[in-house]
Design a protein around this ligand. Structure first.
Ligand SMILES: C[S@@+](CC[C@H](N)C(=O)[O-])C[C@H]1O[C@@H](n2cnc3c(N)ncnc32)[C@H](O)[C@@H]1O
Length: 446
């Protein structure tokens, strides 16, 4: 017999807790192996992401009901309690009785009678007891940390960079579901025509607010539609769509995308060029290069050539490209809605380490830009050490580049007036419910 949704959720969460494995890869794997239907698949994702997303709050609820330090519990028992409490607090459609019953059954199967008795006692105790109040936590940062489940060190960084109010708004936004947004392949169709076709295929969708190429999927299995299979659209977050707008490649140009997999922005660049010119897409990992090739094929974009290469070693491409994109590897603190495990997997040391890699990639990529050409640097993090500070250091060391203030003409007006600061754009998740992103353009002086 296959695993139930909750057993599968327990397996995935224990692996993540023990190995810091990435949730989306494990989830994909588990969905396939367990043979779950669409509804159960959605419930599995919701339980796994929700439990990771709310970890500190769930532990805050659990601690008074457990006599010892939570860390002393077996990992699987702690995770089982967390995922059960998550369902009881946040999922209205699951009856509490069923949650307790299934948790006790899993505990019996995995452990001994004592453990199933303890799980039963804790969950029934939780049903009966009044929930502890966040108001009782004296320290304001700790309170925000527990209430919104973000690590204290990260909150301290954000508060020093954005202030209390923006940080609180960001934390609250991070707990909400991420919208499903798609980018229209403008070499094949228009946004209006695509919306009509999707309606015919039973998908509820509407035009996106931020960009003219975006649509938001409200309901329906969009990846199974003919429209998707025919390459009329690509899944992409709306903030991420602005990167190609900032780079604005024209048909016939030579373009280099240095950190390209899985190809979301590469394909956008080729679409903007109406599939005329050339786009060289590089990525460090050979297995990821295949993903770029698959997307280029699905979207019928023949000008893309994808290769495995470490962008820090770009030495033979001197001043060859009109446009160069560095969509740098980063901590991902702008995408916590989609990848909540990042909150727990990354540390302050990772920020420093990745900033060094970003600076090295940027320096190597810059040598490839033609005179008067454009270099765009973007990340999906909101940490200034990976963004503004990287760019400021680059400009100091490279006086032949300057911030391109005309970026404001290429980006949506409302976001420019709100968030563009000295040629550098930071979109926060609470602005448009899209990902937190940083985008800036540098011009090589002629
Ligand atoms: C933010 S992701 C890129 C997302 C991609 N631009 C898109 O829109 O689909 C960063 C990518 O950089 C790649 N990467 C990391 N270090 C690299 C390096 N030294 N050279 C080239 N690519 C690198 C990672 O494998 C990852 O795929």
């Amino acid at each position: 017999m296959g695993k139930t949704v909750r057993e599968a959720a327990l397996d995935v969460l224990v692996k993540i807790e023990k190995n810091q494995a990435y949730s989306h890869l494990l989830l994909n794997d588990t969905r396939k192996k367990a043979g779950l239907d669409r509804r159960d698949s959605a419930l599995l994702t919701e339980i796994v992401y929700g439990t990771i997303q709310r970890k500190l709050t769930l532990d805050f609820y659990l601690q008074p009901l457990i006599k010892k330090d939570l860390k002393k519990l077996d990992t699987w028992v702690l995770v089982l309690l967390r995922l059960s409490i998550y369902q009881m607090v946040y999922l209205d459609r699951v009856p509490e009785r069923a949650v307790v019953h299934e948790a006790v059954t899993i505990a019996k199967y995995n452990g001994h009678k004592g453990i199933s008795g303890m799980v039963n006692g804790v969950l029934r105790g939780f049903q009966r007891a009044e929930r502890p109040s966040f108001e009782d936590i004296q320290d304001p940062i700790e309170r925000l940390s527990i209430e919104t489940s973000h690590p204290v060190w990260l909150l301290k960084r954000w508060i020093s960079q954005y202030g209390q109010e923006e940080t609180r708004a960001m934390c609250i936004e991070n707990l909400l579901p991420a919208p499903v947004s798609m980018r229209v392949n403008q070499t094949k169709t228009t946004r209006d025509d695509l919306l009509l076709q999707l309606e015919k295929e039973g998908i509820e969708a509407k035009p996106a607010e931020l960009t003219s190429e975006g649509i938001i999927i409200e309901k329906g299995p969009v990846f199974e539609t003919e429209a998707y299979l025919q390459g009329l659209m690509t899944a992409q977050d709306e903030s991420s769509m602005m990167v190609a707008l900032a780079l604005s490649p024209e048909p016939g140009m030579d373009v280099l995308d240095t950190c390209a997999a899985p190809g979301g922005k590469t394909t956008h660049l080729a679409e903007q060029m109406n599939n005329q010119g050339s786009v060289l897409a590089l990525d460090l990992h050979p297995q990821k290069v295949k993903l770029i090739q698959q997307q280029a094929k699905r979207l019928s974009l023949s000008i893309i050539k994808a290769e495995a290469m470490d962008a820090r070693k770009l030495v033979d491409h001197k001043e060859l490209y009109d446009r160069v994109l560095v969509d740098a590897p980063c901590t991902g603190f702008g995408v916590l809605k989609r990848k909540p495990d990042i909150k727990w997997a990354k540390s302050e040391r990772d920020v420093t380490q990745i900033a060094t890699i970003q600076a090295d990639i940027l320096a190597a990529a810059s040598t490839c830009v033609k005179k008067d050409g454009l270099l765009v640097y973007s990340t999906c993090t909101v940490d200034k050490a990976e963004n503004e500070e990287t760019i400021q250091a680059f400009i100091q060391n490279n006086p032949d580049f300057s911030l391109d203030e005309t970026i404001s003409e290429r980006l949506p007006k409302h976001i420019v007036s709100k968030r563009l600061n000295q040629g550098m754009l930071t979109v926060l998740p609470q602005d448009y419910q899209s990902d937190g992103f940083f985008i800036t353009a540098l011009r090589r002086n002629s």
